[in-house]
Design a protein around this ligand. Sequence first.
Ligand code: WTA
Length: 637
Amino acid sequence: MHYPYQIKSLSDYKIQYKKSVEEPEQFWAEVATNFTWKKHWDKVLTWDFKTPNIKWFEGAKLNITENCLDRHLITQPDVPAIIWESNDPEEHHRILTYKELHFKVCQFAHVLKNNGVKKGDRVCIYMGMIPELSIALLACARIGAIHSVVFGGFSAQAIADRLQDANAEFVITCDGAYRGAKEIPLKSVIDDALIGCKFVKRVIVCTRTRTPVSMIKGRDVWWEDEIKKVETQGNHDFPAVEMDAEDQLFILYTSGSTGKPKGVVHTCAGYMVWANYTFVNVFQYQQGQIHFCTADIGWITGHSYILYGPLSAGATSLMFEGVPTWPDAGRFWEIIEKYKVDILYTAPTAIRSLMGFGEGYIAGKDLSSIKVLGTVGEPINEEAWHWYDRNIGKEKAPIVDTWWQTETGGILISNLAGVTPAKPSYATLPLPGVQPVLVDENGKEILGNGVSGNLCMKAPWPGILRTTYGDHERCRINYFATYENLYFTGDGCLRDEDGNYRITGRVDDVLNVSGHRIGTAEIENAINMHQGIVESAVVGFPHDIKGQGIYAYVIYQGTHGDAELARKDINLTVSRMIGAIAKPDKIQFVTGLPKTRSGKIMRRILRKIAENEIGSLGDTSTLLDPAVVDEIIKGKL
Ligand code: WTA
């Protein structure tokens, strides 16, 4: 494949950027001509951030899987689309060429149809990182069903919340999943989730671990049996269902500062163009290269940079079932050597963790195939950046620090590998179509360079979220109401003298733990479910490997066991309500929380204490009970 829209130099970047801002419709129309459409658009862009109402390529008809699969059948049928590496280094890897992947997606689209799935239906996918997961997403897209992937680390309760919110009547899962030394009983978790979700009509179960599962007659079917039925029917092709540009493609739940996670909605055409454009430009992908994104498909990074971005570009995408530190901390380097990986895209938390194991695991591994390195999900500290550069890129591979969000669909701010300059710990410059602004507390734009503020966007790019599922008002309030006529990211940011952006972290009550977003309110709600808990307050604190750790201040009046046991009980409750990823690292029992006279918890003070910045607590005399602060400081963990 050729990418006529691939930016080739810094001056080209400047020209493209300028054009994208001055003539956005013409700019994106030109990019969009490089895709397969069933019908072209009537209007490139309609937008209004007030409501919000955002439409890209209105009137166009397409199916994203024709762009990810069918169009490559003619030009490169035998090129590997997905290379799958097992959790177990001894197990044979699997390769699916574009032809094979197309075949399997069509087959599974028939399975979905046979099981009653129709265009517009919501399908919840809770699987491990096996090729069938990719096949499941693409088959949904082919049939026009809306997929809602739930990460394998979430609990039954979290799945039930998401099933209910989207009213998903179909579930695709596995018997179990392997993750390092662990075996996760996915189907059993689904069974627990479904106790309160009687509206789920069908569960399709794919075999991976062959752990014992209960299969409920009339509701549960095996993936393999359903495939056999399609084979006997003799069905091979499955014509891609015609979708409107603005039909929903998927829902992905993400945490915000309040309430339960929101279902971020992306639509077909804009998302496709954005995932592809950013993939081709940021990583400077060249035909034939092997792209290894280490994320899980349960998160947006996997959606955009394992599946839709690479496949729509005809790339070879490496999908890894395991974890970076099992059987040992050399796993990534072994995979790079084995497949001659060109691009490695991972999270700072993984880099920091591997850094901790020392260079011994890299020694003797041939990493000379590496051309580009990438990071995503959280700020990367300079030490980790230099370690990555020196040991993995051998100071020859550009590092792209890519800033974006579930809501943005794809990368918004990043250097372009080897094309625009990198600066350690800076995401650097906005991509064409992206117009960042920094504002103060009152929403006033902060102009000039060498400044910092809250990061907003003043115009839509094709991949911006369109709504939050089932609750458009929530979308407006969360992203478009804080500052007038701006999309608010929730991140703080500084702009250096040269106009480079550096993301400094969330300014709302959202934590970023190992690159995973978790709302403090969500964790508090889970803790408060535990018997004996009167009240709790959760804040983040700096953590060497995870970036941020979870610190919970808890008023507890339980009487069952000592403090250590109580902590374990609370952790178990949080695991049940959300999942193990939300378990607090530290739980401090307190008798009161610092509150204003109107009863609002002063999180700022709690944050400072957790961060060990007791010297800068500020004035505490206006608190309802100033003495409580001293007590909390004394009891700090
Ligand atoms: C943070 C992940 C600094 C940020 C793609 C954002 C980053 C949140 C970076 C979104 C980066 C992501 N530098 N911070 N390069 N990339 N973030 O929705 O706080 O899981 O708002 O999307 O991660 O997390 P999400």
